[in-house]
Design a protein around this ligand. Structure first.
Ligand SMILES: Nc1ncnc2c1ncn2[C@@H]1O[C@H](COP(=O)(O)OP(=O)(O)OP(=O)(O)O)[C@@H](O)[C@H]1O
Ligand SMILES: Cc1ncc(C[n+]2csc(CCOP(=O)(O)O)c2C)c(N)n1
Ligand SMILES: [Mg+2]
Length: 321
């Protein structure tokens, strides 16, 4: 029987680390490593494979921006300042035009987000791009998945569902109009890594993760790592109004809760900090919405507007499922 992505990692790789200087190893959005008495290095790696993470015929500039931003999203989830990255590129062929467009877009985004390419590896084979991202935080300031406590509020940045909705644009017979299509493609290829939010949440959030696999799956990681569960108020989960109008409610709910590819942050806040966070949201300093509560009972419970428990079938994207 084939193992799922997470069972595989747990069985074969979760106990390989554990050396001196490893403040946090396998199991979070990035590892946290002690480098100086007051600074820690945050490291993560994410691979994008043609046909799995983006369409085979995607433009080189789109692939470059998406790959960099998806990796920056893990730094945001850790509350880290992104600093340096390496690039491992596997290409079916070396085409000058493709490489020019890819490298120009990557350089432009790297400059915009304040990180620098410092090395990599180039091989021939099916199109696949890996970025290893390195960032820094002051010691003890990294946001981690395991820090939530029962009673903490659950929040999410931005809006959810557009990542999954964008996949329809790549299918024949897609029913979006031109401006919707454009907005979804932008969202898919240029997700906004929530680096500023991550920084603001240092010392405030008790746990954080970025939503790559879907809200239920990724909030599930915070819950599991913290030995807790969560209650989600479904009607509070933020969705772009135009998407609510354009898509049938069942389809929309599945995209919002389980679609993935949103690259927003989900984070938890202890009660003592909630008025601070709610004030920041109210003043427009933090683009986030409170969507639920951490509970001591394991599992994620979804509640509808009447407080009734709703069963949601698909929990999120998994490789090898
Ligand atoms: N082959 C591996 N060896 C060691 N650790 C791994 C391996 N694959 C994944 N991990 C670790 O397992 C955890 C979960 O990995 P995963 O790729 O799901 O990260 P994520 O941040 O949740 O998702 P995403 O890759 O979409 O950002 C991370 O801590 C990651 O570093
Ligand atoms: C062409 C195409 N088909 C499907 C998807 C959906 N998808 C693929 S991997 C993934 C989870 C995040 O990946 P990982 O866990 O590897 O970071 C999601 C939601 C896509 N993005 N592109
Ligand atoms: Mg992540």
């Amino acid at each position: 029987m084939s193992l799922s992505e997470f069972a595989l990692i747990k069985q074969y790789f979760s106990s390989v680390g554990g050396a001196e200087g490893v403040a946090l190893g396998v199991g979070d959005d990035g590892a946290v490593l002690d480098i100086t008495p007051d600074k820690q290095l945050v490291v993560s790696v994410d691979t994008l494979v043609a046909g799995v993470h983006f369409p085979q015929d995607a433009a080189p500039e789109d692939i470059a921006r998406r790959t960099l931003r998806v990796n920056l999203s893990d730094m945001a989830a850790m509350g880290a300042d992104a600093r340096w990255f390496t690039l491992a590129l596997t290409l079916p062929q070396a085409e000058a035009d493709w490489l020019q467009a890819f490298s120009e877009a990557m350089a432009e985004d790297a400059q915009y987000f304040g990180c620098a390419l410092v090395g990599g590896d180039t091989t021939s084979g099916p199109l696949s791009i890996s970025i290893q991202m390195m960032g820094t935080v002051s010691r003890g300031q990294a946001l981690v998945r395991r820090g939530a406590q029962a009673g903490d509020g659950v929040y999410v940045t931005g809006t959810l569902g557009e990542g999954a909705a964008a996949l329809q644009v790549f299918s024949p017979g897609c029913s979006y109009n031109d401006s919707q299509r454009e907005a979804l493609l932008k969202r898919f290829y240029r997700p906004e890594p929530r680096l500023t939010v991550g920084r603001k949440l240092r010392g405030v959030a008790s746990a954080a993760i970025d939503i790559s696999d879907g809200l239920l799956a990724d909030l599930g990681h915070i819950a599991e790592c913290s030995g807790l569960g969560a209650e989600l108020q479904l009607q509070q989960v933020p969705v772009a109004p135009w998407l609510t109008e354009a898509v049938n409610p069942d389809q929309l709910q599945s995209w919002v809760l389980s679609g993935g590819d949103d690259y927003e942050l989900c984070f938890t806040v202890p009660e003592s900090k909630q008025s601070l966070v709610d004030g920041m949201i109210h003043r427009g300093e933090l683009l986030a919405t409170r969507i639920g509560l951490m509970t001591s009972e394991p599992g994620i419970v979804c509640l509808d507007a009447e407080g009734q428990v709703q069963t949601v079938a698909c929990k999120g994207y998994r490789h090898f499922n």
